[in-house]
Design a protein around this ligand. Structure first.
Ligand code: NDP
Ligand code: MG
Length: 387
């Protein structure tokens, strides 16, 4: 495999730090050329010293200016434009997309137009702008390889099989910390409880989304666009151990799955090495130690998120962008203890069901939808607060 020149977007986050581990263990194959982070300048400084990238982008100008004084031989950028600048470099062939939220959407379009490989952790990209991304992909030689563990599992399980052999995909969900909790107790759930994930260690937003199963809802939409499926080809099953990362069912009823310990470095490495495989130092899975793997149906009455995802796929147009933005505002509001855990479902459902959707023709349409929905959701939360 030719060595890769990588831009890592979101280097200070959970996926970002795992990606740096993978890059560091394979310095002969992977060269970190550029990084983008947000506000964690202390950690970013250490990363710059250790990995010596040429181009760096941060969220704010003041931090870019300060860093330039410390590292005068490097190029610094800032804001969403800064992310676009660093992926525009001709020397970059691979981008790891791991900034949370939607600030890297424009950069992803640039990467696609530059025929780069995009190793995609950021599911919001496909949820908010799936049709636009696929339109761009169809006109380019860029590759979109999933990092999200479930989508990586599906990608690996499909392998070289033709699409017409595929009957359906089955996404696994850990069920989060409240899989066994009675729905009547949902309104009492504290922020601390909601941020305790049973199997994965991740960023705050996705940990909370795993507790509401909004993460799985986002993944249903992500899967739909990533593999160009029909919505009735996507199912979800609860699998509390997070060992089977997802499955594919073929037309002859064979199920193919990918299994490993829950460790994001495995799908990150595969997204970089595909179609090859590379050595990964790991204790390996001993099935006889595990003894059993459990699977349960999802309680969609308790976790209304799942049905909202299928509603989004019925509506299409800008419904994904509305859903994602409403959920972002609702989760932030829960984290600030303004609304209860159960209110997250009510807020997202109300905003989504009230919306009249329109087709997405450009990134401006996506950005306008996000802005509008965030305002509407915040206003709705304010209006209903006294209840
Ligand atoms: P984190 O919250 O841990 O990290 C987010 C990263 O994005 C940080 O580096 C943060 O910088 C950076 N960032 C946020 N806003 C901006 C901005 N405006 N400009 C530049 N950088 C910004 O999130 P995760 O690593 O958990 O998740 C990242 C993405 O990967 C999400 O889309 C998530 O859904 C997806 N994902 C994550 C998984 C996981 O295991 N964590 C699994 C599957 C998908 P800083 O901290 O410096 O402010
Ligand atoms: Mg996932």
């Amino acid at each position: 495999m030719k060595s890769k020149n990588i831009a890592l977007l979101g280097s200070t986050g959970s996926i970002g730090r795992n990606s740096l581990d993978v890059i560091d263990a394979n310095r002969d194959r992977f060269r970190l050329v550029a990084i983008a982070a947000g506000e964690n300048i202390k950690l970013l400084q250490e990363q710059i010293k250790f990995f010596n990238p040429d181009r760096i982008s941060v969220k704010y100008k003041k931090d870019a200016d300060r860093l330039k004084n410390l590292f005068p031989d490097k190029e610094f950028y800032y804001g969403d434009r800064g992310i676009e600048e660093i992926v525009s470099d001709n020397g970059i062939d691979t981008v790891i997309s791991a900034i949370s939220g939607t600030s890297s959407l424009a950069a992803t379009i640039i990467s696609i137009r530059n025929n780069q490989r995009i190793c995609l952790a950021n599911k919001e990209t496909l949820v908010a702008a799936g049709e636009l991304i696929n339109f761009e992909l169809n006109r380019s030689r860029a590759e979109l390889i999933p990092i999200d563990s479930e989508q990586s599992a599906i990608f690996q399980s499909i392998g070289a099989n033709k699409k017409e052999y595929l009957r359906r995909v089955i996404l696994t969900a850990s069920g989060g910390p409240f899989f066994r909790r009675n729905k009547r107790e949902f309104s009492q759930i504290s922020v601390k409880e909601a941020l305790t994930h049973p199997t994965w260690s991740m960023g705050t937003k996705i940990t909370l989304d795993s507790a509401t199963l909004m993460n799985k809802a986002l993944e249903i939409i992500e899967t739909y666009y990533l593999f160009n499926l029909n919505k009735d080809q996507i199912d979800v099953v609860i699998h509390p151990q997070s060992i089977v990362h997802s499955m594919v069912e073929f037309i002859d009823s064979s199920l193919i799955a990918q299994l490993s310990w829950p460790d994001m470095r495995i799908p990150i490495l595969y997204s970089l090495s595909f179609p090859e495989r590379m050595f990964f130092e790991n204790k390996g899975l001993n099935l006889s130690d595990l003894k059993k793997l459990d699977f349960y149906p999802v309680d969609t009455d308790k976790f209304r998120s799942i049905e909202l995802a299928y509603y989004v796929l019925d509506m299409k147009k800008n419904a994904g962008a509305v859903f994602n933005a409403a959920n972002e505002v609702a989760t932030e509001s829960f984290l600030k203890e303004e609304i209860s855990f159960n209110d997250i479902f009510d807020v997202v459902e109300t905003v989504l069901h009230d919306e009249k959707f329109y087709p997405i023709r450009s990134l401006d349409d996506v950005e306008e939808t996000i802005r509008d929905t965030k305002n509407k959701t915040a206003n709705y939360i304010k209006r209903r607060k006294p209840k």
